[in-house]
Design a protein around this ligand. Structure first.
Ligand code: ACO
Length: 311
């Protein structure tokens, strides 16, 4: 009966064991996972666009090869994550439908433009850096398929973060104009990267329950603090300035003191009114429509194979 199932589930969570697709789970746990994993998958897929924008304009063959590999990794991350979500009973078609209809959320960060090459550096350093901070603890998420997908994703994200850092380092060792371009990109991506961690803890409706279920291991603000602590020494090595005059370590509080984040901007982006929301969705929708013939051909091939097997 349900009470016994619930008790088994609670015991597995308490013992740091994994919940697997075959196991009973509360409906709300299933729904939360579908929500988070599908949003995460959509973020990876939409996240291909800001950098895809620079593949044809990368400044050397080597840079182009690296950038192409990175964008392909993001496609792969999206596919593992869609597969993990599918184990919970939602179909890939349903998720795609939600995304292209504009009903699904994906990370706010991918709604900002990439006007210069230095943006490729800032995305790798700041955006992928924030992603790692948020995702390393997700490797221990209580749902097996999600946690396991995260392990490989985090390894690839570490490489992405370093390649971004290295792009910025090369620019910072260049001409004054190149240094300015790097600083300008850091200025534009710093605050949006802090918003990636989500709303402040006292305005995060899902956190308490997700932490109880051991999907999330740290709160949004805890991870944001950890991220800033990681950036400060790296910014010093790069020679860039983090664009927050209030930023300092508060010894008494044992935390980073920082300026107030512009949450109005965050909420505007979530409502679809960020600088690039409309274009990101339009591109995704067009790509889906352009791919219709591939899906039809694959379905037809599968149908014929099945008919042949039946003989
Ligand atoms: N962008 C868009 N939506 C966000 C963001 C953000 N940066 N931060 C929070 N939200 C949304 C949440 O999805 C939630 O929406 P919903 O209830 O309608 O689904 C709402 O704002 C309230 O936030 P929380 O209660 O804090 O939500 P949650 O507990 O899910 O925490 C977080 C948000 C930290 C993003 C979590 O979902 C998570 O860790 N997700 C996995 C990581 C991820 O998706 N990364 C994507 C970017 S990294 C990359 O792709 C390279």
């Amino acid at each position: 009966d349900e009470a016994a199932e619930q008790a088994t589930f609670d015991a597995l969570i308490a013992a740091e064991q994994r919940i697997e697709p075959r196991d009973w789970m509360p409906e709300a746990y299933r729904k939360t996972l579908i929500r988070q994993i599908s949003q995460h998958a959509h973020s990876e897929i939409i996240g291909m666009q800001p950098e895809g924008n620079w593949i044809t304009r990368a400044p050397s063959l080597k840079r182009k090869a690296i950038l192409m590999a990175k964008v392909q990794d993001e496609a792969g991350h999206g596919l593992y994550l869609y597969s993990a979500a599918q184990t919970l009973g939602i179909t890939r078609d349903e998720m795609t439908e939600q995304l292209i209809a504009g009903k699904a959320k994906y990370s706010s960060i991918f709604n900002y433009p990439t006007p210069t090459w230095a943006d490729m550096g800032a995305i790798g350093w700041l955006v992928d850096g924030a992603a790692i901070c948020n995702q390393v603890p997700l490797c221990r998420a209580s749902y097996g398929p999600y946690g396991r997908a995260m392990v490989r994703i985090c390894k690839e994200e570490s490489f992405h973060q370093r390649q971004g850092f290295e792009i910025l380092l090369a620019l910072m060792q260049g001409t004054p104009a190149q240094r300015q371009m790097a600083q300008d990109a850091v200025n534009r991506w710093y605050w949006p990267s802090l918003m990636m961690f989500g709303p402040p803890d006292d305005e995060s409706p899902n956190s308490a329950q997700s932490m109880e279920w051991k999907i999330k291991r740290f709160s949004n603000d805890e991870l944001r603090q950890r991220f800033v602590g990681m950036l400060v020494p790296q910014a010093a090595v790069l020679g860039v300035t983090l664009p927050d005059p209030e930023l300092r370590w508060d010894e008494d509080a044992q935390r980073w003191h920082m300026s107030e984040i512009d949450w109005t901007e965050f909420h505007e982006v979530l409502r679809g009114r960020g600088p690039m929301n409309a274009e990101r969705l339009r591109n995704r929708r067009n790509a889906h429509e352009d791919g219709a013939w591939v899906r039809e051909a694959a379905a037809e091939y599968a149908r014929r194979q099945a008919a042949r097997a039946e003989g």
